[in-house]
Design a protein around this ligand. Structure first.
Ligand SMILES: [Zn+2]
Ligand SMILES: [Zn+2]
Length: 341
């Protein structure tokens, strides 16, 4: 029996033929990284391979001690005889799917992905393969996103309504990914934008790396309260309910997350408004992607892996669920854990 190109081990997804891991959750020698979210990019490896745009984010989050090799999309390299290439995943800046080819067989690891083009993360492309390893964060039919233009209009209307009432709009958004995606939407209101320190640090790293992002100000402890009045603040969910928020009073909280599709979550989060804006594919996005890869075997990771893999089997696509340690970013967005930083 031939060894599968990727094995699911205690340390993560392992390519034995190439002697490297993809998004390992333990310290390993060589790690190919799909994207810079903390559950996919762990510190302590000796060598990392990632997309050029992911590198400054890993510098910020993991430090600069390791040995880094960067790749562009569709630029193949050979690691111990395995051809490895990265392809846009559309999830956050630099996020990539990893394609492996060895002895005529092709496997693709999706990492996290979003099929709608957000204008900053690169346009997602399904990659043909024999075996596809897909995430399933929103792998239930109830998750069915509205077009982002529509959600952005809702956010802008909400901001302007708050503005007229003299309230500050505090948008809760994940510091890496969602926060950058919101900026052009908020910028269009013409109101000043203030960022929480955690969001600002990511912003700054991206600006220094050459990304063009709208003008913002970091919330400083000595800023007079009046400066925020009627304007917009972007903060990670972990800031909600903390004393840090007091300076914005009176304010209104809007949570931006795919989980907001479910009304109960808006209530549970105590949000004034919920915007179902996600950096992950919805049910149809997952399904269409699986079909577009043409894969004859699918492994389903973090999310609703049992529901999604069961459905794939029902429609005749051989699928199995796999346990991984990914999903922390998604859980934090759902208010289950606190984003560090
Ligand atoms: Zn992610
Ligand atoms: Zn993930």
């Amino acid at each position: 029996m031939t060894t599968p190109l990727i094995q699911f081990t205690d340390s993560g997804l392992y390519c034995r033929q190439g002697r490297f891991y993809i998004d390992p959750w333990k310290r390993v020698v060589k790690a190919v990284i799909t994207h810079a979210h903390s559950d996919h990019a762990k510190p302590g490896c000796i060598a990392y391979i990632c997309h050029t745009h992911t590198k400054p984010l890993l510098d910020l989050r993991l430090g600069t001690d390791a040995d880094y090799e960067t790749l562009e999309w569709n630029e193949p390299v050979w690691i111990n005889g395995v051809q490895v290439s990265l392809h846009p995943a559309g999830h956050i800046i630099g996020s990539s799917q990893v394609r492996l080819e060895y002895e005529g067989e092709v496997w693709v690891v999706s990492g996290d992905y979003k099929t709608e083009n957000d204008g900053i993360s690169g346009a997602f492309e399904p990659v043909k393969c024999d075996v596809f390893i897909t995430e399933s964060t929103f792998g239930l039919p109830i998750y069915n996103w509205k077009p982002q233009e529509e959600i952005f209009r809702n956010i802008q209307d909400w901001i302007m309504q708050n503005h007229r009432e003299g309230k500050t709009s505090v948008l809760m958004a994940y510091s890496l990914g969602k926060a950058q995606r919101l900026l052009p939407c908020v910028e269009a209101t013409g109101l000043p934008i203030f960022l929480h320190g955690a969001v600002f640090n990511v912003h700054q790293a991206l600006v220094e790396a050459g990304h063009k992002l709208p003008a913002v100000q970091r919330v400083q402890p000595d800023m007079p309260k009046e400066i925020f009045k009627g304007n917009v603040v972007i903060a990670p969910g972990s800031a909600d309910g903390t004393p840090w928020m007091k300076r914005f009073a009176p304010y209104s909280v809007g949570v931006c997350s795919g989980w907001m599709q479910v009304r109960g979550n808006v209530r549970r989060r105590n949000a004034d408004a919920g915007f179902a804006l996600s950096d992950h594919a919805d049910w149809n996005g997952l399904l269409e992607t699986v079909k577009a890869t043409g894969a004859k075997k699918v492994f389903v990771t973090h999310g609703f892996q049992s529901a999604f893999s069961r459905y794939l089997n029902e429609i005749g696509i051989e699928a199995a669920e796999v346990k991984t340690e990914y999903g922390q970013e998604e859980a934090e967005e759902n208010g289950e854990k606190r984003e560090e930083e």
